[in-house]
Structures are given as C-alpha cells and as structure tokens.
Write a protein that binds this ligand. Structure first.
Ligand SMILES: [Zn+2]
Length: 340
C-alpha cells in the first residue's frame, strides 16, 4: 500500500480492465475465478492509483470476504459487486483481514455496521488491527529521521482506516478458516510482520494478498512504481520460500491479476532475488561510504533500483530491515548520535 492517498491525474485514470463495466441492466458481474470464488472490484484504483481486488468465497455455512478494502470500499464497491451475485453485505458471515494495512482492513467498521459477520485476522497483528495510533506510530513513525508524516497524510490515512473493530478470531499458522470448505492459513510474516496467505485446498488457489511483491508494482497510468515493503529480511524470504513449497494451481495477489502456478512461482523467485539485490546495494554503499543512515539507504533503494520515488514508507522500512539484517550478521554496527 502507498504511504498515503494518491489521486491519479485525469489522464492516469485506471483502464477498464481494473473496474468492470456495468452490464446492460446496470449491474456489475464479478468474475468467478474458481468454483465458488468471485473477485470483487474496489474503489482503490480511483483513490490510490493501484488495483485492489477482494474475494468472496462460498464456504458452505460461511460466506467469507477476504479483505475489507479502505473505509469507503464496502458501500461504494463491495455492496454493488455482491448485488451482481444476488448477495448483500448482510449475507457475509466472516471477514478475513490478511494484514493490518488500511487497504485490507479499513472497511471493517462499515462492514460491521451492515452485517453480523465475525472478523478474523492474524494473531500477530491484533495490536495494529485494533489500534490506529499504534499502527501509525510503529509502521510510519519507526524512523523519524527518515520519514515524517505530514498532518494531511495523517488525516488521509485515518480516513482510510476508519474506526477499529475487535478481532473475533485470531489466526495462527496452520489454522483453518471456519466453514466446510478447507481454507488453510499460512503465516508468511513477510510484507507485514504477521501477514497471512490463504490456500483454498479445493481449487488449489493460493491467495497471497501483498506478500509476493517481485520488484514492486507500477502505479496505474504512471511511470512511478510502488516499491516492495517488508520489515525483516529473513522472515520475508522464509515466508516466500514456504509459499514455493505449497501445491497450488493459481496464485492470486491483491493488487494484480491471478497467475497460473508457473508465473506465480516465477514471481516468488523474483521477490527473493529482489532481496538479494537490496542486500548487495546495502553492503556496497556501506563499504564505499563507511556509514549509512536509514534515510540514505532508502533514498538509494528508491532511486537506484528503479523509479520508486525515493523516500517513502516502503523504501524506509526496507532500508531499515536490510541495515538490521547486516548488523545481526556482524557486518555493521547500529549507532545513535547526539545532536549538538
Ligand atoms: Zn499491504
């Protein structure tokens, strides 16, 4: 997810493959990507310039919504999308948040208002999922010298986040989601510290949400890219390696189109290669400069490795993760300096 709202200029408005056109009778018809699984378009491309898909799964006694979108998504997008399937928000019985980023859980409060659904999310991220201030401080505010949210950005983030909802079902690695359909939870801890993937064992569809990031993603209609985001190098690569070991026929990310197993595995491998590339850049810069701040490294990652816009949440967290990684291996020392 981006650092804050980014409204695409008029000539960058998302193309029609992102938001489905209404059918003749005015209703959108969501695509069925596997038996009993439909993908739902969202308003996110118009708000932040990136595709974002939610998925609804018929799990027998449960109607499961994978991810909630931002605060505006349920009423503007999910309700009309479900209507195209003859359903409504009130039919949902379980909402799963893959991780505690605004575009995956900002819609929780509105969904609670319109349905009796329970909320399930990674146990490791319950703190972020239930406390906006804590999320802003720990995620955006971790490196105050490198990244400082403006009041406007703060306000925009809080608008997308809305009010927090208590998580009813805390998910751990190896759990199965409630319902008759075998939906397995895999903790990847990559893109976000408690991030999960969900494997539908019936159709062998693997929902990876934001975890398999490759070299990042292009903003719609722009030359800028959103950089990958992770907070711990070893946990990110271990999570990706675990995904490679799973048996799946389709890999479904949140911010792009579904892929077959070959393309999915290739993207996982590219994600691991990206980490090695940043590691190399970090080591090389430290060797030539002698010392490096999170800000210096974030700027280098965000300009030298691609058009990632320099310093932002993604590059800052990545820079910090790689410096910590190097320090743990004894290749650098962490330092704080007194400012005169
Ligand atoms: Zn995310």
């Amino acid at each position: 997810m981006p650092s804050a709202r980014r409204t695409p200029p008029r000539d960058e408005q998302p193309s029609r493959n992102v938001v489905p056109e209404p059918s003749k009778d005015g209703e959108v018809v969501p695509e069925e990507i596997a038996p009993g699984i439909h993908r739902l378009a969202t308003d996110y491309p118009h708000v932040c310039g990136l595709p974002l898909w939610l998925h609804v799964i018929d799990a027998g006694s449960e109607l499961v919504l994978l991810d909630a979108g931002i605060a505006s998504t349920p009423e503007s997008s999910t309700a009309p999308e479900l209507a195209g399937l003859g359903l409504g928000l009130s039919d949902l019985t379980l909402v799963v948040n893959s991780h505690a980023h605004p575009d995956h859980m900002g819609g929780n409060a509105v969904l609670r208002k319109h349905s009796g659904a329970r909320f399930a999310a990674p146990a490791l991220e319950a703190g972020w999922l239930e406390d906006n201030e804590r999320l802003l401080t720990e995620l955006w505010g971790s490196d105050p010298d490198a990244l400082d949210l403006s009041e406007t950005e703060r306000t925009e983030l809080l608008e997308m986040l809305d009010e927090r909802v208590r998580i009813d079902v805390l998910l751990r690695d190896g759990d199965r989601l409630p319902g008759e359909r075998p939906l397995q939870v895999i903790t990847t801890s990559g893109h976000s510290p408690g991030h999960i993937a969900v494997l539908d064992e019936t159709s062998r569809t693997l929902f990876t949400f934001d975890d398999v990031q490759g070299r990042g993603r292009p903003y719609l209609g722009s030359s800028l890219w959103l950089a990958p985001l992770y907070t711990d190098v070893t946990r990110y690569t271990n999570g990706l390696t675990r995904l490679l070991e799973l048996d799946f026929d389709a890999l479904v990310p949140s911010h792009g189109d579904a892929m077959d197993a070959t393309a999915g595995r290739r993207l996982i491998e590219e994600s691991i290669e990206w980490v090695a590339g940043v590691d190399e850049l970090t080591t090389g810069l430290l060797r030539s400069k002698g010392s490096l701040t999170v800000r210096d490294l974030a700027d280098a990652v965000g300009t030298e490795l691609g058009a990632y816009g320099g310093i932002n949440l993604q590059t800052v967290r990545m820079a910090r993760a790689h410096l910590e990684h190097l320090a743990r291996r004894g290749g650098a020392e962490t330092r704080w300096h007194h400012r005169a």
